[in-house]
Design a protein. Structure first.
Ligand SMILES: [Zn+2]
Length: 607
């Protein structure tokens, strides 16, 4: 998505300086790095092919040398591509940027072909030899990286089988996924409101669900439903096909549950996910208590599904860039001077691109780039209070990425379950400071409600989506191809417990599973969001309990990046994700936030 709104914002001229990567798109070092990485990959292949999978395993020093070279080479090969992605995101309409992105991508594929053998050989080494190798102190730094690759061993097929599957996936699974993406992207929805009819995209019509005007929200819901209904035959067929494809994949690879592959990638056990989901479901009463409050605030007796995201007040104060910068920096600084000084570097050294610019990508992200450089952040700052939270969020990622550079390129990234840890934690720090600074009850209430709604969407809604997926995969296995009406019924059944009698789910809502891409792209992706959010809320509670003693342990956790499994790293913080009671910590905090909103309602005289 690209935004075309080069209007003046107070973040004008707040642009990143990417020269720590390369001096510009014409920098000859880009080509030099790509050439050198290719030569290294060729040399790597001739040095190590056939040497990793040898009886008894390769000598530890040879394996160490191979992994070290793999790390250095990967960094050199990815740096040009990462740079190209950043310049492209900052200005997508410059053809030079698109061309550089294509060139670096193609070159990386060429280089990668020389490296694939390494993983294939490593998973074939006998368990006994692997145990001995991983116990070697010299390999300790890369133990988790090597171990994690081995976790997939029971699920690999033979090399010719893998090759056939990969080749046929292009016209199989990948083709259906692309058909879904292109279909949903091309959908147009009729928005009939105020005597006019507009034809809107999915994201445009969804935006009207936040409208302060109930008539507009209802019109958006009706337009969304009827657009989906018109495409129900195709979207139902795609869902049926991909659920069946996932099932045959799981059967071929000997997974006993359709969630198995996702748990393995997330480095998490099924019992932890179960405990997390059932704990969240015990708090549906909190969700319904909030929706009752929201109904009172909006002056609506019976809230409908299309009222859940309505904004409370259209007249919120704005916040300019210098103020946002100070609030965010101060909130990190108050938590830890070390964190504060790292955040300070992002501003002082121009590692953030915040201004609005024609052709710039929408949304926000923090890119870790490579450990020998530092992260860069992109966002579109529009002087809204919400943008201050986005800045805090991305700087949380930035802090995490900055600190984890020490564990090296192969292990600095975390799995999905802990990827949002530092970002959501940083948001909480900034949120508390914003609440002090904008102390007018109406503004505090509006900020608090929007924070609660975001948390609900990340925790309870994601659990609902996962329950829906579980029932869908089960029904597909037991009943064969499902009709749209059958899937609609599963969707409503999964949504009912969260909304109870407080939110009326309209007949149209039954069709709204159809546009959710996660079900199509990565089955069972959604629970990781709930995991991440509840983990952070629990960490916030721990910080409240433990005070300053919490800080160094937290920074150590961030510094460890993905160098061990999440439960091991969190265990060092005194956090036991296997304890079902652990999840209560975060859920109780959400309950406290709802109570605070109820109290603010009184203070605003809105009762
Ligand atoms: Zn994030």
């Amino acid at each position: 998505m690209s935004v075309s709104n080069a209007a003046a914002s107070s973040a004008d001229r707040v642009a990143w300086d990417l020269r720590d990567l390369y001096s510009g798109v014409d920098d000859p070092n880009i080509g030099r790095d790509l050439d050198s990485a290719l030569k290294r990959a060729q040399a790597f292949e001739s040095a190590y092919r056939g040497k990793i999978d040898v009886p008894g395993g390769s000598p530890a020093d040879a394996l160490l040398a191979a992994v070290r070279e793999m790390e250095g080479m990967s960094e050199q090969m990815d740096k040009p591509l990462i740079y190209a992605s950043l310049v492209h995101a900052a200005k997508t309409d410059d053809p030079k940027h698109g061309a550089l992105l294509a060139r670096t991508r193609e070159q990386r594929t060429v280089i990668n072909k020389h490296l694939i053998f390494f993983d294939l050989e490593w998973v074939k080494v006998a368990d006994e030899a692997v145990r001995r190798l991983l116990a070697e102190p010299s390999l300790a730094r890369y133990r988790h990286y090597l171990e994690q690759k081995r976790a997939w061993r029971p699920h690999y097929l033979s090399e010719p089988e893998e090759k056939i599957l990969e080749e046929k996936a292009v016209t199989g699974r990948a083709a259906f996924v692309r058909l879904f993406d292109e279909t949903v992207a091309s959908l147009r929805f009729a928005f009939e409101h105020g005597g006019r009819t507009e034809s809107l995209s999915l994201s445009q019509i969804n935006a009207h669900l936040y409208d302060a005007d109930r008539g507009a929200r209802r019109a958006a819901a009706e337009g969304l439903t009827s657009g989906l209904r018109d495409n129900a035959r195709l979207l139902t067929y795609l869902m049926n096909t991909l659920v069946l494809d996932h099932r045959s994949d799981c059967d071929l690879r000997h997974f006993d549950s359709p969630m198995g592959p996702r748990h393995l990638a997330n480095e998490i056990s099924a019992s932890v996910v179960d405990a997390l989901m059932t704990a969240a479901e015990r708090y549906h009463g909190t969700v319904q208590r909030y929706y009752r409050l929201k109904g009172r605030l909006l002056g609506i007796d019976q809230l409908a599904d299309y009222d859940r995201y309505a904004i409370l007040f259209a007249d919120m104060p704005s916040c300019d860039w210098p103020t946002a910068r100070d609030i965010v920096r101060e909130s990190y600084e108050a938590f830890s001077p070390k964190a504060g000084s790292i955040i300070g570097e992002f501003f002082a050294k121009n590692w953030i691109d915040a201004e609005l610019r024609d052709g710039k990508r929408g949304g926000a992200f923090s890119s870790s780039t490579v450990p020998s450089v530092h992260p860069y952040i992109l966002m579109n700052f529009t002087d809204k209070l919400r943008d201050v939270m986005t800045l805090a969020h991305e700087l949380g990622h930035g802090l995490h990425q900055y600190l984890s550079r020490g564990v090296g390129y192969l292990q600095c990234d975390t799995p999905l379950t802990t990827a949002e840890m530092a970002s959501v934690f940083g948001e909480m720090l900034t949120f508390q400071r914003l609440q002090q600074r904008y102390s007018e009850p109406r503004v505090r209430l509006a900020m608090l409600c929007s924070k609660i709604e975001d948390s609900f969407a990340t925790v309870f809604r994601q659990v609902v989506l996962t329950r829906f997926e579980q029932s869908l995969h089960k029904a597909r296995r037991e009943q064969g191809e499902l009709t749209t009406e059958q899937i609609n019924a599963l969707w409503l059944a999964a949504n009912k417990p969260m909304h109870g009698d407080v939110v009326k789910l309209t007949d149209g809502y039954a069709w709204w599973w159809m546009y959710i891409g996660h079900f199509i792209h990565v089955p069972f992706y959604c629970y990781a969001y709930a995991f991440g959010e509840l983990l952070v809320l629990a960490l916030v509670q721990k910080y409240k309990q433990d005070g300053p003693a919490f800080v160094p342990r937290y920074l150590e956790l961030l510094s460890a990046g993905g160098s061990d499994a999440p439960h091991v790293l969190l265990g060092k913080m005194g956090v036991d994700v296997n304890d079902p009671g652990f999840w209560e910590l975060g859920l109780r905090l959400l309950g406290d936030m709802v109570s605070e909103a109820e109290a603010l309602q009184g203070a605003c005289g809105l009762e």
